[in-house]
Design a protein around this ligand. Structure first.
Ligand SMILES: Nc1ncnc2c1ncn2[C@@H]1O[C@H](COP(=O)(O)OP(=O)(O)O)[C@@H](O)[C@H]1O
Ligand SMILES: [Mg+2]
Length: 396
């Protein structure tokens, strides 16, 4: 059986813009397509969106990422005109669409629940949006056949939605959404209802399709891995506000807030006090840390990711410097409390007298664990690299 795939199909680009710019300045490079200014949404007393400002470049793939209830769907629905904002403006392709009804806006949308018409065949489902477009019956048939090819389901035209798997139904929903070549593709958790394997597979295919079509796309997700792997830029949201907008590497490597650091990727959080000369005190030790704007003496939180902790053999500080230490700074003695094999790496729980009571989680490569004989109960040294030791103001 031929493996069904979206990516094989030949697709005509819509925009013709090249998409090779992986910097944070995507919008500038691509030309501004969607602009949101001063957007608020209240439900009664409750503020679901608070002064949202965002621009999306033409052909860009943007993810709204944040915990459940943070306002992602509300923002997407405002862009679609399905729920009007309380205040603020939305411009698409240079026109003010702030108060246009959904039918007058230029987008295709896919929801988490596939939302296909159960009583219509697959081809009728896809043709639905094409029927009011002055196309002949023949043209519609040809377009539907094209779209079925694009989403890798050429032989399913006569079936009904219930006869397809979840993943297949979501491909059909996608075909329906792009049928009229919309300027904007809106996806609200399109993969959340699918099982893990299908989800990962479709992730790549949607991204591939989006790249080929060049269609400006906004996808809502609460899944950080999905956002990191698919988005050109990620909009991290929390409680109705945008915490940070950046490329996947920017939001992962340089989280602007403690919330972003915590939400994206895993973190160790240590209570700290800001010292002088670029130092912070954690436990009984001073460390050099990444640049920050916090005043000396203030309470802070020091953050380091498990993958950023570097393992070294024990005795490096007191007994001179073994070859593998080099110019390491921020070195401390630690003891392995326990160690867990997670397939691609080892997850290690470490205690360190100089950190006080705090347990550190570190992810060490299989290689490092073998080379340094790391095992439960073993003493070792760990390095907290200065540029990976991030500092934030203590949460109120
Ligand atoms: N129609 C509505 N009436 C009242 N509150 C709503 C309505 N829609 C959403 N909300 C609230 O607004 C907040 C944001 O919801 P939503 O945008 O759906 O979150 P997300 O998509 O990020 O999970 C939630 O607290 C939700 O309960
Ligand atoms: Mg939602």
């Amino acid at each position: 059986m031929k493996h069904e795939t979206i990516a094989d199909a030949k697709v005509e680009p819509l925009g013709g813009l090249s998409m090779n710019d992986a910097t944070g300045n995507e919008t500038a490079a691509r030309g501004e397509y969607l602009k949101i200014e001063g957007l608020w949404k209240n439900f009664g007393e409750f503020t679901a969106l608070c002064d949202i400002a965002l621009t999306v470049g033409e052909g860009e793939f943007v993810c709204f990422l944040g915990p459940s209830g943070c306002g992602k769907t509300t923002l997407l629905r405002a862009i679609a005109g399905l729920d009007l904002q309380t205040r603020g403006a939305i411009h698409q392709a240079g026109s003010d669409i702030s108060v246009l009804p959904p039918s007058k806006r230029d987008y295709g949308i896919v929801f988490q629940s596939y939302a296909l018409f159960p009583n219509l065949t697959i081809e009728k489902n896809i043709a639905f949006g094409l029927e009011n477009t002055k196309r002949s019956k023949k043209e519609i048939e040809a377009r539907v056949a094209d779209l079925l090819n694009i989403v890798g389901l050429p032989s399913q035209a006569k079936k009904y939605p219930a006869q397809l798997s979840g993943g297949q139904q979501q491909r059909i929903a996608l075909a329906r959404a792009i049928a009229i070549n919309p300027g904007l593709l809106l996806l609200d958790e399109p993969l959340s209802a699918l099982d893990a394997k299908v989800r990962v597979h479709l992730r790549h295919e949607i991204k591939e399709l989006q790249r080929k079509l060049g269609v400006t796309t906004i996808m809502v997700t609460h899944d950080q891995e999905e956002a990191l792997s698919m988005a050109d830029r990620i909009v991290v949201m929390n409680h109705g506000v945008i915490e940070q907008v950046g490329t996947p590497t920017e939001v992962y490597r340089h989280p602007k807030t403690l919330f972003v650091a915590d939400f994206i990727g895993e973190t160790n959080k240590l209570p700290a006090k800001i010292g002088n000369g670029g130092k912070i005190a954690v436990g009984y030790t001073e460390f050099l840390c990444e640049k920050h704007a916090l005043p000396a003496g203030s309470d802070a939180v020091a953050v380091i990711r498990p993958v950023d902790i570097i393992p070294h053999a024990s005795g490096a500080i007191s007994g001179g410097r073994p070859a593998d230490i080099g110019n390491a700074e921020n070195l401390i003695d630690a003891r392995v409390e326990d160690i867990e094999f997670l397939g691609a790496f080892w997850r290690v729980r470490l205690s360190a007298a100089r950190l006080g009571d705090h347990i550190l989680i570190a992810d060490f490569s299989i290689n490092a664990v073998r080379r340094l004989n790391i095992a439960a109960g073993v003493d070792m040294q760990i390095e907290l690299p200065r540029e990976r030791l991030l500092v934030y103001a203590k949460e109120a």
